[in-house]
Design a protein around this ligand. Structure first.
Ligand SMILES: CC(C)(COP(=O)(O)OP(=O)(O)OC[C@H]1O[C@@H](n2cnc3c(N)ncnc32)[C@H](O)[C@@H]1OP(=O)(O)O)[C@@H](O)C(=O)NCCC(=O)NCCS
Length: 178
């Protein structure tokens, strides 16, 4: 399996070819299929997020997208907020920047596992974080027990549920020492 950034693929190959491969991709989640097949290229071109694609043989096996985001300070757990903000004056701050693990999926027939995908995304975020700082990674997880469990394995904690209960916002605190 080879991993490429979507930007790189668009730069080195004909856009139509990449579009066709993307259109053939189907995972278990409708809204993620919609994002990937209809928005991923536009979002890449507009720098809204970056998508990374795993290729197996001649098709797309899986992908993940990461982006910058913000989160309301009050939605962060008190103990975590204390760890981040202790000893710095942040009274005026209502929101703080986060890394977003924006999308993540594998093709329905794929043998690869979610674990590998989360690991790839987190590895990349940690690499960027070591250069520019940042303390939090946030994911809007689909409210399915097995998906929540997957993120818990990577030390994500639930912080809030959407009104329709379909999404659980989860947060990972980057606590590695310098
Ligand atoms: C998330 C994902 C990469 C994990 O891959 P994996 O570790 O190989 O795990 P599986 O695909 O076997 O999924 C584990 C279980 O969760 C279920 N599941 C996974 N995604 C689901 C979804 N979007 N909606 C409902 N159930 C889902 C699977 O049906 C499976 O249940 P089962 O064990 O009873 O068969 C993969 O399930 C996937 O691509 N899902 C669709 C996209 C998605 O939901 N991404 C998460 C965004 S937060």
């Amino acid at each position: 399996m080879q991993t490429y950034s979507l930007g790189e693929l668009l730069h080195f190959h004909q856009k139509e070819k990449i579009e066709k491969k993307i259109k053939d991709f189907r995972c278990k989640d409708k809204s993620i299929n919609h994002f990937f097949t209809k928005k991923a290229i536009i979002f890449e071109e507009k720098h809204i997020c970056r998508t990374y694609i795993n290729w197996e043989a001649d098709s797309i096996d899986s992908f993940f997208s990461i982006a910058m985001g913000i989160i309301a300070k009050e939605s962060i757990k008190k103990e975590t907020a204390k760890l981040i903000f202790d000893s710095i004056n942040t009274k005026q701050k209502t929101h703080i920047p986060v890394f977003l693990l924006a999308q993540l999926a594998k093709r329905m027939e794929s043998k690869s596992i979610g674990n590998t995908l989360v690991n790839q995304a987190m590895g990349l975020i940690y690499e960027i974080q070591s250069r520019i700082g940042g303390a939090l990674i946030v994911v809007d997880a689909i409210n399915q027990e097995k998906i929540i469990k997957l993120y818990r394995e990577f030390d994500f904690q639930e912080i809030e549920e959407s009104k329709d209960k379909k999404i659980v916002k989860m947060m990972h605190y980057i606590s590695t020492a310098l």
